[in-house]
Ligand binder design. Structure first.
Ligand SMILES: C[S@@+](CC[C@H](N)C(=O)[O-])C[C@H]1O[C@@H](n2cnc3c(N)ncnc32)[C@H](O)[C@@H]1O
Length: 304
């Protein structure tokens, strides 16, 4: 089947309603981006899980609607929109070439060397030649955590470089694909569990554990009722939820255990360090591409 895209440039206040109207007119999908996309003027819009971004569109937004060959023509769509009161200029139209989407996606995921020994190797690639390589088979799925993001890499590097991981217990909070708990197990860690609020993440983490032949129990927060304490608590989420979760995460660290926090921009580090002060002293362990990994060690047992 042939597909085509109609591209509209509209002001911020129109973008969302125009997208809805185009869906009503048969669009298969809508994407909204900065009209200055791929130029030096492109501006990022930030949001965090559970928080609505301050803005949903850009001052000048590009609304791209995907249609199949059975849809109305561009002229008919423009007419229908103007009848609904939208004052939009005639959209640009572009054909979407037939692609082998599976091959295209696969070609975008090459093996990733994360540390000295740790690699993430998609199932369609051969393992690297290095006999010391520890290869994880974590295929990109619906969950976050392929090893390509700096925040994931920082945690994996800490796990690889942390002396005496073997026989320690680990909690991976916000486990996504399960990559951190799985990496820890492959590096010789003792019993490990992972928790995520997203059922899809829990499900892909379970699949990835099987694929990597390691035993890790992955749960939704409501299933994680033991309040067990762990020698290592690793959480790669984002600064805001990490601050909200501070009391809960600190209660999960065993005496003399370590906490490893990631997903924090360098400019947010001081604020997160301050939030964790009642429990322990965090410091910046490493920075990568503007993201920092904070770590700290619990000196003694926490009093409730
Ligand atoms: C940035 S991803 C990290 C995934 C993986 N651990 C990694 O390092 O690549 C953050 C994950 O935290 C989960 N998450 C966000 N808020 C959470 C919360 N309050 N409790 C548990 N999981 C949470 C998200 O669903 C997401 O899977």
């Amino acid at each position: 089947m042939a597909f085509r895209e109609l591209i509209f440039t509209v002001s911020e206040d129109l973008a969302e309603n125009l997208g809805d109207a185009l869906m009503e007119l048969g669009a298969l999908s809508i994407s909204v981006s900065d009209a200055a996309v791929d130029t030096e003027e492109e501006k990022p819009l930030y949001g965090e899980p559970g928080l609505t971004p301050e803005k949903n569109a850009w001052e000048q937004s590009q609304v791209v609607a995907l249609f199949d060959e059975n849809a109305l023509s561009a002229a008919e769509i423009s007419l229908a929109l103007s009848e609904e009161g939208f004052q939009v200029t005639i959209p640009t139209e572009r054909a979407v070439e037939e692609q082998d989407w599976v091959r295209l996606t696969q070609s975008q995921f090459d093996p990733i060397q994360v540390g000295q020994r740790l690699w993430v190797v998609p199932s369609w690639h051969d393992a690297p030649q290095d006999p010391n390589a520890v290869c994880l088979a974590v295929d990109p799925g619906l969950a976050f955590g392929t090893g390509s993001h700096p925040t994931t890499k920082l945690c994996m590097q800490w796990l690889e470089e942390h002396e005496g991981l073997s026989e320690k217990t680990l909690l991976d909070y916000g486990c996504g694909s399960g990559i951190l708990a799985i990496a820890a197990k492959r590096l010789g860690c003792g019993p490990a569990i992972g928790v995520d609020i997203d059922p899809q993440a829990v499900s892909s983490a379970k699949d990835n554990a099987i694929r990597n032949e390691v035993t890790v129990d992955f749960y939704l927060p409501e299933e994680d009722t033991t309040d067990s304490q762990h020698d290592v608590v690793v959480a790669n989420i984002l600064a805001n939820p990490l601050q909200v979760l501070a009391p809960a995460l600190c209660q999960r660290i065993a005496p003399e255990g370590h906490i490893v926090l990631s997903g924090i921009l360098a400019r947010q580090a001081e604020e997160v360090i301050e939030t964790y002060k009642p429990w322990l002293t965090l410091h910046v362990w490493r920075e990568h591409d503007g993201w920092v990994c904070l770590t700290g060690q619990l000196k003694k047992k926490l009093l409730n």
